[in-house]
Design a protein around this ligand. Structure first.
Ligand SMILES: Cc1cc2nc3c(=O)[nH]c(=O)nc-3n(C[C@H](O)[C@H](O)[C@H](O)COP(=O)(O)OP(=O)(O)OC[C@H]3O[C@@H](n4cnc5c(N)ncnc54)[C@H](O)[C@@H]3O)c2cc1C
Length: 403
């Protein structure tokens, strides 16, 4: 690939740079706001200036920009410490699904508020019995007149507690094979009958939830796709999910580990002089370089107007494991101070601790390591497909202990 910007790309980059320089919120502007307030302030500022959801058409609040321009914007924005986004699911996953399946009226009503950050969306897909095998989900939807009545339970719903809207996949027909009896909706998260219970995480936070549905009513006009077409609609969301969720490194990378190894002493010598430490660092350097160049392949595909292929799965698989290893190594090196979780401590910026506690989630969300390996095996390497014993069997005849 050509690593240089074209003249048009360079001009766009300059424009993005100068806008960011003048507009990234200062600490004083953000003071007193919680993380939702901070995220909304930054999103609205970008939206008002035409820097939100760059690839979306202008009429829906975007900029009508090219894929390459969106990549350039991402590169420039990531140079700043901007408020953490809470709009990833809405903008990266719900919006492309709405664009593909919602009515024009709904697109005009919902997309601009998603782009401006005024409304937040969550994704109600996973269930206790439907995670990697999403099509095994059990939440029931039944049509009554112009409405659907939904009963069941979702789990791991990120941001359900602060979301205004949700995308939901349900089982509308249990008598047909599992992928054929699903129907997809969007719904108001304040609807009567929805109960949201936070799930406490190892880090002490509670970013995701259990969501219970008891006779929740959804107008038929909020169905996306045909009755029974929910699997195809879900694939639109899931394909965008893989593209949206990356490694999520929290600033942990080779360079940070390298600097730490220069500073910390082992047996009266800087750790960097230890051959075992050097071997580990060398491995991570090679992995990071591999990831960088695999990323360039994706960029090359984008700049040629092509869709990146399943090799995208490699990035998340390698990044997730590497981050976990680097965080573990860093905490080992830090010795006793590694157990501190205190952002105010200069020796332990709490970055590695936070990463260590977050890294198992990185290896699960948006497709577990094993599922990504299956994808790489089947679709990149062309190996024989995983066994699927329930293929073609009506959902209500699949043997199970309870349903
Ligand atoms: C931080 C985080 C945020 C999330 N946010 C959301 C959200 O907002 N909305 C939402 O709907 N979901 C969300 N999820 C859920 C996520 O999509 C699921 O956790 C994920 O799909 C895995 O499903 P599961 O947890 O049910 O695990 P299971 O599917 O039960 O898997 C258990 C284990 O079995 C392995 N396994 C399963 N099938 C196979 C196979 N065929 N071959 C080999 N191994 C296999 C898995 O790799 C795993 O190790 C989130 C998860 C995390 C961690």
């Amino acid at each position: 690939m050509d690593f240089n910007d074209t003249p048009a790309e360079a001009k766009f980059r300059d424009e993005a740079r100068s806008w960011l320089k003048a507009n990234v919120p200062t600490a004083a502007e953000l003071e007193g706001l919680d993380y939702i307030g901070k995220a909304k302030l930054w999103q609205k500022r970008k939206y008002d200036a035409g820097w939100a959801c760059l690839r979306w058409p202008k009429e829906y609040g975007g900029r009508g920009a090219s894929a390459m321009e969106a990549v350039i914007w991402g590169q420039e924005e990531s140079k700043y410490e901007t408020p953490q986004s809470i709009f990833t699911i809405g903008q990266g996953m719900a919006a492309p699904t709405l664009m593909a399946y919602a009515s024009d009226e709904h697109k005009k009503r919902y997309l601009p508020k998603l782009a401006s950050g005024e409304e937040i969306w969550c994704q109600l897909f996973s269930e206790p019995a439907g995670g990697s095998d999403l099509a095994a989900l059990r939440t029931r939807s039944e049509k009554r007149g112009d409405e659907w009545v939904v009963n069941g339970q979702k789990i791991w719903t990120s941001g359900a507690h602060y979301s205004d809207w949700g995308i939901l996949v349900t089982r509308s027909d249990p008598t047909v094979p599992k992928h054929k009896g699903l129907t997809y909706f969007f719904l108001n998260m304040k609807s009567p009958g929805i109960e949201i219970k936070p799930i406490k995480q190892i880090s002490g936070g509670a970013n995701f939830n259990e969501v219970y549905f008891t006779d929740v009513r959804i107008p038929d006009s909020q169905r996306l796709g045909a009755v029974g077409q929910g699997w195809q609609v879900s694939l639109t969301t899931l394909m965008n999910e893989r593209a949206t969720i990356g490694g999520g490194g929290m600033g942990v990378n080779f360079n940070v580990a390298y600097k730490l190894a220069q500073k910390v002493m082992i047996d009266d010598r800087p750790a960097i002089e230890d051959s075992a430490v050097r071997a580990k660092l060398a491995n991570w350097y090679v992995e990071e370089a591999g990831l960088k160049y695999t990323g360039y392949r994706t960029m090359t595909a984008l700049s040629r107007g092509q869709t990146p292929g399943p090799e995208n799965s490699i990035g998340k698989l390698v990044a997730g494991t590497t981050l976990q290893e680097i965080a573990t190594f860093a905490l080992d090196l830090e010795g006793a101070s590694g157990v501190l979780v205190d952002a105010a401590q200069p020796s332990a910026s709490a970055r590695f601790q936070a990463m260590l506690l977050r890294s198992p989630a990185t290896r699960i969300e948006g497709g577990t390591d094993e599922i990504l390996r299956n994808i790489i095996a089947e679709r990149v390497l062309g190996l024989p497909a995983d066994m699927r014993a329930d293929r073609g069997m009506p959902f209500n005849q699949i043997p199970t202990r309870s349903r």
